[in-house]
Design a protein around this ligand. Structure first.
Ligand SMILES: [Zn+2]
Length: 300
């Protein structure tokens, strides 16, 4: 049986900007990578010329995602089709069709069913702060974490049969790497509290909310593949400095993609893995009772 990974994220571009290098590495190593993209990304800032040939921002951003999926050789993309909620505290967050307003139970049910259909041994989502506090990231994190528990519960009925995934991770960036990033941005006269095309990424808050890293993947050989996937999301480029940094400097500065291991809970908060599939049994199809698979929160 092949190793399978399911990434459960919120927007068309999260997969590339966040995990592009790690996905390229894992696919190269023979892992089938599946993606849930919960929203259509219609609240992203898009310059008018980018919209030429498209009927809407959603259509453009989903086309960009299709491009990235091909570059990254994703096995399959599942679109949940919720509306992008935009930034926390803005009126778009009140839209009844946005992910932030969707009942958690409904989102959880859909994620659980995809989890049962794909049968990944390993699942990755955002951390509790949603990486940088975006409401859609927080919503999909909550639904995915609950879905990870419910997938193996035979009393929780969805279209597909119960299945027990083995490991759950939050994507993470080692704290020291982030702190170095803040220092470098300040040196270059950039504001680490207002990054990205939408100026909604506050690196200082990200550091405050970062969770311990237990697993690191060395992705330094996959920066070109990462850039290629990022280039697909042209409408969202231009705000952040990461992709403008020379390649050699990036390799030195940030060679690792980090992950917080949520399940099975780590014994201590230190880096003890360099492979997401460490200890995974590829032929294990056992179904457990809910009591056997209650998530222990990762210690701070
Ligand atoms: Zn996002």
């Amino acid at each position: 049986m092949k190793p399978r990974l399911l990434i459960s994220y919120a927007h068309p571009d999260d997969e590339s900007f966040g995990l592009g290098a790690a996905i390229a590495k894992l696919v190269d190593e023979g892992v089938d990578v599946y993606l849930i993209c919960a929203t259509n990304g219609e609240r992203g800032t898009v310059s008018p010329e980018m919209l030429e040939g498209y009927n809407s921002i959603a259509e453009l951003r989903l086309a960009e995602l299709a491009c990235a999926a091909e570059k990254l050789r994703l096995k399959q993309v599942f679109l949940l089709g919720y509306k992008d909620s935009g930034m926390m505290g803005t009126p778009t967050c009140e839209d009844s069709e946005c992910l932030w307003q969707a009942p958690v139970a409904d989102v959880t049910r859909r994620v659980t069913d995809i989890l049962r259909e794909v049968q990944p041994q390993v699942v990755v989502t955002f951390n509790k702060y949603g990486g940088y506090g975006h409401p859609d990231h927080i919503a999909i994190q909550r639904a995915t974490t609950r879905a990870f528990e419910l997938a193996s519960d035979p009393t929780y009925i969805t279209e597909h049969a119960p299945y027990r995934p083995q490991k759950l991770y939050y994507s993470s960036i080692p704290k020291r790497q982030l702190q170095l990033g803040i220092a470098m941005l300040r040196l270059r006269g950039l504001d680490p509290r207002a990054l990205g095309k939408n100026r909604d990424i506050d690196l200082v808050k990200i550091v405050d909310n970062v969770e311990p890293t237990h697993t690191v993947l060395n992705v330094s050989n996959y920066f070109e593949a990462w850039d290629e996937a990022n280039q697909c999301h042209k409408s969202q480029l231009g705000g952040g400095p990461t992709w403008r940094m020379p390649l050699a400097l990036r390799r030195w500065f940030a060679p690792h993609q980090g992950f917080t291991r949520v399940y099975p809970a780590p014994a201590s908060n230190r880096i003890d893995e360099r492979d997401l599939f460490m200890g995974v049994k590829l032929d294990d199809m056992t179904i457990t009772t809910p009591a056997q698979q209650t998530l222990a929160p990762a210690a701070d």
